[in-house]
Design a binder for this molecule. Structure first.
Ligand code: CUA
Length: 353
């Protein structure tokens, strides 16, 4: 099959919202479209159920109205010559008909409102269980800052255990409580198969939660236009077994070992000699910047630039040469590194695992 054909068929599959999600291997497309008709987590299932009931009610109304319209068009169609002196019966002011077409839609609307508000209420009032995982997600132009709560912190108290970016890991079948904040403009957190959209609003804390039923990688996106690179503000949720999640957490909370190879050591020096450290954090070092994504465990991530490219040597080099080439409008400046320095910094970044 030619690449063009393959691309077309992939686009068609995406349009049909049929792109499979679980098979998110490195050679898979970086941005498959989530099938929102296949919810795999609690709030998404609740939203899906009420959407299906609404869809059924609306389909019945559509069929009745269209059926009557077709019936009238056929039954009273023009048959041959029209006698212009004969008018059809003129009916004015039928109280029964007017009452019927006022009251029935009101009842239908109230039913739809009740279905929706019940679901919203159930999702918002859902109790946070004691074993819940707590994370804080902060929206930035155009990436996601993710904090994990330190185990043992009191309810309502926040102590960050470690931070990461753009890729959230959670255990399967466990409630993950997510606090949403914004560092700049409006963003919206949406992982179609796991939950509904919730806005991230500057100066406000919003809440959402997920309780995924299966392991796998789930793709999400910022769902509120937030500037040039809104489309490249992607999010991934890795749902893992409790054991894998515990191991991931321990690894993330531990600084990566210092580089051993000469090129990576040189890269670390370049990293610290330039202003990288003003914006980025690398655990276990003096780099404690917070304007850009935490790089402590960068090499463990699937993508770079909030999903703009796969996390590999070639793309990291392209990013270090000029981030705006991969992601036009990105707030990270071109550091004007030489080719040697680019290779060295990339060698250092790849040790962060
Ligand atoms: Cu953030 Cu759109």
């Amino acid at each position: 099959m030619g690449t063009g054909k393959l691309r077309l068929s992939k686009t068609l599959a995406a349009l049909a919202l049929m792109a499979p999600l679980a098979a998110a291997q490195a050679d898979e497309p970086l941005r498959p479209i989530a099938n929102m008709f296949d919810p795999l987590s609690k709030p998404a299932e609740m939203i899906h159920d009420s959407a299906i009931i609404t869809l059924i009610i609306c389909t019945v109304i559509f069929l009745i109205v269209t059926g009557m319209l077709v019936y009238v068009c056929v039954k009273f169609r023009s048959r041959g010559a029209i006698d212009e002196r004969k008018e059809p019966p003129q009916i004015y002011g039928s109280s029964q008909i007017e009452l019927a077409w006022t009251i029935i839609p009101i009842i239908i609307t109230v039913v739809l409102i009740l279905i929706t508000t019940r679901t919203i209420g159930e999702i918002q009032d859902h109790a946070v269980p004691a074993n819940a995982v707590h994370i804080r997600v902060i929206g930035h132009q155009w990436w996601w800052e993710i904090h994990y709560q330190k185990p043992g912190a009191k309810p309502g108290e926040w102590i960050t255990d470690f931070t990461t970016a753009n890729e959230i890991h959670v255990p399967v079948n466990v409630h993950t409580e997510i606090t949403l904040e914004s560092a700049d403009v409006l963003h919206s957190f949406w992982v179609a198969q796991l939950n509904g959209k919730t806005d991230l609003i500057p100066g406000l804390k919003n809440h959402t939660w997920i309780e995924p039923r299966t392991t796998g990688v789930f793709f999400g996106n910022c769902a509120e236009y937030c500037g040039t690179q809104h489309a490249n503000m992607q999010l991934k949720v890795f749902v893992q077994t409790p054991g894998d999640f515990a191991a991931w957490k321990i690894a993330q909370a531990t600084p990566a070992p210092a580089p051993a190879a000469a090129e990576a050591i040189a890269g670390k020096q370049v990293f610290f000699a330039n202003s990288c450290v003003n914006c980025h954090k690398v655990d276990g070092t003096t780099a404690i910047g917070v304007f850009g994504p935490d790089l402590s465990r960068l090499a463990t991530r699937m993508t770079i630039g909030a999903g703009v490219a796969a996390n590999n040597q070639e793309n990291l080099r392209a990013w270090m040469r000029d981030p705006s080439h991969l992601k036009p409008g990105v707030l990270m400046p071109n550091m004007q590194l030489t080719e040697t320095e680019v290779d060295q910094v990339v060698a250092f970044l790849q040790t962060l695992k």
